[in-house]
Write a protein that binds this ligand. Structure first.
Ligand SMILES: [Zn+2]
Length: 272
């Protein structure tokens, strides 16, 4: 494959950052870029220009904690994924900046959601129950979703707590008005990862907010529990409106507030 101008530009800025003097960041792999690549010790001199550029990006990704697979100078799937993550890191500078909550986070609470302690949630929502909870209800989704782990299955309703039902409908209706169905699909906002699920918090001894049917997960595959803003899909700028729709209704994103579990949103406030 021929490397894109964008890829060559990234290689040139890496070379300049390392003091190898690739000249202008112009996306043209000319003599000065070639000379600069030859100054990188870990790149075999026998490789073609294209392989060296690819290898440089692989090395750089690896140095920033992103796994590019083998440093082989071949642009495969792993390299593409590493490159995408690298682009995101470089764009937002997250590896240099210590993480802090989003400045845009809205902290209103129009529905008076309780704090996330078992006592406060039991008082507000009633006790969590594994089966037969009379406070659970079925709700019709404003737009169809798919099951995240089996996207061939479309769903039009989900089970949630009675007290959060109207709020979810409001949020998703706003999401629909804001994005439209095409964008919803392109951004995978319709990848439903579950709501009611009686279980403990992962790695914890307390019940998860899912146990009350007051938390929803979306696109878990691309927003894995321990992934931070540098990897999670829903941390990207395209999703700000999505989160604002939830936050206006008082919902809490652990991603936006704590920078993990970007799949998850809940109708309970954090303790601090
Ligand atoms: Zn969750």
């Amino acid at each position: 494959m021929a490397l894109s101008v964008e890829i060559i530009k990234m290689a040139q800025s890496i070379l300049n950052e390392k003091g190898h003097n690739a000249g202008d960041i112009d996306g043209i792999a000319g003599d000065s870029t070639a000379a600069a690549l030859n100054k990188v010790n870990d790149l075999p001199k026998s490789w073609s220009l294209e392989k060296k550029i690819t290898g440089l990006i692989q090395l750089y990704a690896k140095g920033r904690g992103i796994d590019p697979g083998d440093i082989d100078g071949l642009w495969g799937q792993r390299t593409q994924e590493a490159y995408d993550q690298l682009k995101h890191q470089l764009l937002f500078g997250h590896t240099e900046d210590p993480w802090r909550p989003e400045e845009t986070t809205i902290t209103t609470n129009p529905n008076n959601w309780p704090v996330q302690t078992q006592a406060a949630m039991n008082a507000f929502y009633g006790p969590a129950m594994a089966t037969g909870n009379p406070n659970l209800t079925s709700m019709n989704l404003p737009y169809p979703m798919v099951i995240a782990w089996d996207p061939t299955k479309t769903i039009t309703k989900i089970t949630c707590h009675k007290k959060v039902k109207d709020s979810i409908i409001k949020v998703l209706t706003n999401v629909f008005d804001e994005y439209g169905i095409e964008k919803i699909r392109a951004l995978r906002l319709h990848y439903f990862g579950g709501c009611f699920n009686y279980r403990l918090m992962r790695g914890g001894t307390q019940l998860s907010t899912h146990s009350w049917g007051i938390a929803l997960d979306f696109d878990p595959e691309n927003n894995q529990l321990k992934w931070g803003r540098d990897r999670a899909l829903f941390a990207k700028p395209d999703y700000i409106k999505w989160w604002e729709c939830w936050e206006k209704e008082g919902w809490v994103s652990l991603g936006r507030q704590r920078n993990y579990d970007w799949m998850h949103v809940q109708a309970a406030k954090l303790n601090s």
